[in-house]
Design a protein around this ligand. Sequence first.
Ligand SMILES: CCC1=C(C)/C(=C/C2=NC(=C\c3[nH]c(/C=C4\NC(=O)[C@H](C)[C@H]4CC)c(C)c3CCC(=O)O)/C(CCC(=O)O)=C2C)NC1=O
Length: 169
Amino acid sequence: MRDAVTNLIRNYDVTGRYLDRNAVDTLKAYFETGTARVAAAAVINSNAASIVKQAGLRLFEELPELIRPGGNAYTTRRYAACLRDMDYYLRYASYALVAGDNNVLDERVLQGLRETYNSLGVPIGPTVRGIQIMKEIVKEQVEAAGIVNSAFVDQPFDHMTREFSEQDV
Ligand SMILES: CCC1=C(C)/C(=C/C2=NC(=C\c3[nH]c(/C=C4\NC(=O)[C@H](C)[C@H]4CC)c(C)c3CCC(=O)O)/C(CCC(=O)O)=C2C)NC1=O
């Protein structure tokens, strides 16, 4: 598992370089957004249950076939599994936000997930939509908490979306 700082140091150490201008700029950008990253994680932490619940409701409102007979989230057990997965995505997104690096998502969440989903018939498109809905809700709440430039919030959610959409099995 890496964060923005350890990742950068690792890259420079591999080639035995001192931290040059580019490195310093990268580090500055990371530390300048540091307080906002921690604040965003705090917003997620104190609203996690309601974010997941709201996102689930919006998702099933948009795609009601998911919870109808034959849908992958039909039956209480699968409905709960779906919301649990959303909760995983949200929690790991909050870690990645603090780390300033998406590596934790690759290592702990995305590895092998597509294969698992395919074998269980969990549809990828709607999962991606669920992740995007959570991003929208988190951004609204982060902005409401007074964090002005919330663009960094997109990164982990967009990373998961991209990996889900692009990986070939
Ligand atoms: C922390 C990393 C981690 C992740 C990400 C994870 C995901 C994960 N989701 C699963 C199942 C599942 N995932 C879903 C999710 C959905 N179905 C839908 O229609 C929706 C689109 C979507 C919710 C948005 C469902 C319904 C199941 C149960 C499928 C089944 O058992 O038939 C399973 C199979 C085993 C189980 O049921 O627990 C895994 C491993 N597990 C992990 O340890």
